[in-house]
Design a binder for this molecule. Structure first.
Ligand SMILES: [Zn+2]
Length: 408
């Protein structure tokens, strides 16, 4: 069992961890509601709740409703029982956000840190810098460092599952096979998950409709490179080894304008990513250093930029159409810096709806992410919380506590 993915482990229905999961899922949970939902005897529910209260994870407060009889006390997750870090690592910018166990933001490196966190060529050096940043932010927010419960880190690269190893990252080739969870283990015993950045955007978008079987979604991150996160029946679909959604190196009908390490001639990344469009515009004599310049040129109506954006959008839309026909999602969510380009998004939509089967297009919504500025970091926070509060982890914690009591 990988110690860093207990949220994907089986747990016993009706265990204390399962009861905590139910308490997290509703803000109107009482002991009697729990007994009805789980089918457990009221005395067993009380044992579970008292164990969670003893761990400091649950509080009883207020009233559930006032429909006569005895007033039921409402059960709630004790948000201040700890904190987690969500980390978004980009090619040029790192953001760290600390949140309590209820997901309330406590500190944000974009506004509260004294200095920026750098991403160096050396993953070990970067992990040291990230750990220092987490501790600096905790100090700023007045948090007890002992209450750090875990972290999740988004990286723009394929991530091996469940080990969390970085594989062939084009944003930092020296990070190939970097074991960030292992490097963090030198600083903390708490779980630290590494996840593909597009997967985290898919997770953030999943909260819109709830994580139900109805929730089938593709999150496409279009920035310097192109990535895709898959949400199937409300859960992240990573594939066996973590490579699911790696659409960036599919061969397309255009021509490469930048080099790519994948070896596939004319892959989507090298033809239609923000980096590729920028290179194409530079070759035409325009001043376009990166993806954001391309978006700006398009917004100004620069004809050469508009042509390049429409062409790239058609190529991305064509690649997506095959996947969308195969997967039949409810939503395709576009994110990343290039999703701010209206001509690009319009071209993707047009191509998608033209190429999709009627049955697939009927229920399909293609939209921009709800908030491009926070999608990745909120997704990281959600993943970290799901991990530190995973039923299997809570049950293991209770077993350890019981063993400590027995051996004391
Ligand atoms: Zn490639």
């Amino acid at each position: 069992m990988n110690p860093n993915h207990l949220q994907d482990s089986d747990y016993v229905a009706g265990s204390a961890g399962d009861v905590l999961r139910l308490i997290r899922s509703s803000d109107a949970m009482s002991r009697s509601t729990l007994a009805r939902t789980t089918g457990l005897a009221p005395s067993t529910v009380s044992l579970r709740v008292e164990a969670l209260v003893a761990l400091g994870l649950v509080r009883e407060q207020g009233t559930e409703d006032s429909r006569g009889g005895r007033r039921a006390r409402r059960l709630a997750l004790a948000g201040d029982a700890g904190f987690v870090a969500g980390v978004d690592v980009g090619a040029n910018h790192v953001r760290v956000v600390l949140s309590d166990l209820a997901g309330r933001v406590l500190a944000d490196s974009d506004t509260d840190a004294t200095r920026a966190v750098g991403v160096s060529e050396d993953p070990a050096e970067t992990v040291d810098a990230l750990w220092a940043a987490i501790n600096e932010l905790a100090a700023v927010a007045g948090l007890d460092p002992d209450r750090f419960r875990g972290a999740a880190i988004g990286i723009p690269a394929p991530i091996e599952y469940p080990s969390g190893r970085v594989v062939t990252p084009s944003f930092r080739p020296t990070w190939h096979e970097a074991d960030l969870p292992g490097l963090f283990a030198r600083h903390t015993p708490a779980p630290v998950l590494v996840e593909n950045d597009a997967n985290l955007i898919a997770l953030y978008e999943s909260t819109e409709r709830g994580r139900t079987d109805e929730n089938q979604l593709l999150a496409i991150k279009i920035g310097t490179r192109i990535g895709c996160g898959i949400l199937a029946s409300g859960r992240l679909h990573r594939g066996i080894g973590g490579a699911a959604g790696e659409i960036s190196h599919m061969a397309v009908a255009g021509e490469s304008v930048i080099a790519c390490t994948c070896g596939v001639p004319n892959c989507l990344d090298s033809v239609a990513s923000g980096g590729a469009i920028a290179a194409k515009l530079r070759a035409l004599g325009l001043d376009a250093a990166g993806a954001s310049d391309v978006v700006a040129l398009g917004a100004r109506g620069e004809p050469l930029a508009l042509d390049a954006l429409r062409e790239a959008g058609a190529m991305i839309g064509q690649s997506l159409a095959g996947i969308v026909n195969f997967f039949n999602p409810r939503e395709v969510v576009l994110a990343g810096s290039m999703s701010a380009s209206l001509p690009l998004v319009a071209a993707i939509r047009a191509e998608l709806f033209q190429k999709c089967l009627p049955l697939v297009a009927h229920d399909l919504e293609v939209r921009a992410t709800r908030d491009a500025r926070v999608a990745g970091i909120r997704g990281a926070t959600l993943l970290a919380l799901d991990e530190v509060l995973a039923p299997a982890r809570i049950d293991a914690l209770l077993r350890e506590t019981a063993d400590d009591v027995r051996t004391a």
